[in-house]
Write a protein that binds this ligand. Structure first.
Ligand code: AMP
Ligand code: GLY
Length: 416
């Protein structure tokens, strides 16, 4: 099978890496991919938002199966377009992808289908928002309805901050039309956890747990990032499998059915847990980055078989197995991220780490034979171990070997 992966981050490298282990996958292509993926497949220039261009590529290269990594092409309807022309796709269709594309749609889905979540109000004007604030305590959570690349959620400590945030989103259009509609939400306390599942619309299979570390600084300080590292399993999570199944996954599946939502792909459920109860913060319609890097390294079943089963609604026929070993993944970032940072720094040591280290490229490019930094999150350094300590020790040892000007990372992944 010739497989096409859409996207260019560490998540897509991890997906390509896992697919490359399948005896059924003969060729891996990526649009646009990255230098890490280029070692196991062929990267082709192009934008993940150029739906017609991707369709033309699939047809001209006789691609058998397309895996869509990021949310933007999913929300634009790439899966619908490819399927309408008879191509097999992993990734939900546009209507289902609205669960990530619109916070208001997603909250409405949760309430209608009895999925536990924070109380909320959808507002369409600044005046309406200010009026609605009266019904909330502080802190209050202000969420832009549309996709905002991780910048759409602000926890506001007081009324002034809430009004300023609302003004920025709704009147100043700081997030463009993503902030035309806003969701005001009750602030939840507890600890966060990501639950990723394969879903073919009829069957849902949770993956092993992972813990992301969103903040840039150690001890969970500083601004949020896309994620600075993950470990799997999540060391802070007790046995919540039954609670997740009955309180979250069963009503979710019932909701899909009632709404005629054709959901074939990964659903990544952001949860807040308190007193052994889980509430949904958000749905994402794709793999998490960098959760995927840790999770897929523990997968003991052919990823292509799972993805093909999801695409063809036969997930009930696949047994998804996981390795007992634990995984750590630490992100090496550019100095300044998540704010502004420089690019083009030469990366050294990539070929000098020990054999049991897996390095996924997240924001790199090749220039004159050198691999250079090309993003905020640059590399994901990963390892498996008999336990978390062993996996972390391997990763932090490898980090000493890989270097670039401005290399930044958290030293407390898996600990805080
Ligand atoms: P979201 O994109 O909705 O998951 O929000 C991004 C982050 O904001 C989450 O990972 C949480 O850290 C935080 N957050 C979102 N909603 C809430 C809430 N209702 N209460 C507390 N924190 C929240
Ligand atoms: N790591 C968080 C996300 O992928 O949204």
């Amino acid at each position: 099978m010739k497989v096409l992966v859409i996207g260019s981050g560490g998540r897509e490298h991890a997906i390509a890496y896992a697919l490359n282990k399948s005896s059924k996958v003969s060729e891996i292509h990526a649009i646009p991919g990255n230098p890490g993926i280029a070692k196991i497949g062929t990267c082709h220039s192009g934008s993940v938002e150029d739906l017609e261009g991707i369709l033309a590529f699939v047809e001209s290269h006789a691609i058998d199966f397309t895996v869509i990594g990021p949310e933007v092409p999913l929300c634009m309807g790439l899966a619908d377009l490819l399927e309408s022309k008879g191509h097999k796709v992993f990734g939900p269709q546009k209507f289902a992808a609205t669960l990530e594309g619109s916070k208001a749609f997603s909250k409405d889905f949760m309430i209608r289908h009895n999925i536990p979540t924070a109380a909320y109000k959808e507002v369409k004007t600044y005046e309406e928002a200010v009026e609605a604030l009266k019904d909330f305590n502080y802190p209050v959570v202000v969420k832009a309805d549309g996709l905002a690349a991780g910048k759409g959620v602000v926890i506001c400590e007081d009324e002034k901050m809430a009004k300023d945030t609302l003004w920025d989103m709704m009147e100043n259009k700081c997030l463009k039309d993503a902030g035309d509609v806003v969701v005001l939400e009750e602030f939840l306390t507890g600890f966060e956890c990501s639950l990723l599942c394969f879903c073919d619309g009829n069957t849902i299979v949770p993956m092993v747990s992972a813990k992301d570390h969103k903040q840039i600084y150690e001890n969970n300080q500083g601004p949020n990032t896309g994620g600075m590292g993950t470990v799997s399993p999540n060391p802070f999570l007790g046995d919540m499998d039954e609670v997740f199944k009955t309180d979250i996954l069963e009503p979710f599946m019932a909701g899909l059915k009632k709404d005629n939502m054709d959901y074939r792909g990964v659903v990544f459920i952001g949860l807040m847990i308190e007193n052994n109860k889980a509430k949904v913060l958000e749905f994402n319609v794709r793999f998490g980055d960098p959760e995927t890097q840790s999770i897929l390294l523990r997968l003991d079943t052919d990823l292509f078989d799972i993805m093909y089963a999801v695409a063809t609604r036969t997930l009930d026929q696949v047994k998804v197995n996981w390795k007992k070993e634990q995984v750590a993944c630490v992100v090496l970032a550019s100095n300044g991220y998540p704010g502004s940072y420089e690019k083009g720094k030469v990366i050294t040591g990539l070929d000098q780490t020990k054999d049991d280290i897996i390095i996924f490229h997240a924001g790199t490019k090749e220039v004159d034979g050198n691999i250079v930094t090309n993003g905020g999150r640059v590399l994901n350094i990963c390892a498996l171990g008999e336990n978390l300590d062993e996996a972390l020790a391997k990763v932090y040892e490898a980090i000493e070997v890989v270097d670039f000007d401005g290399k930044t990372y958290r030293r407390d992944i898996g600990r805080n």
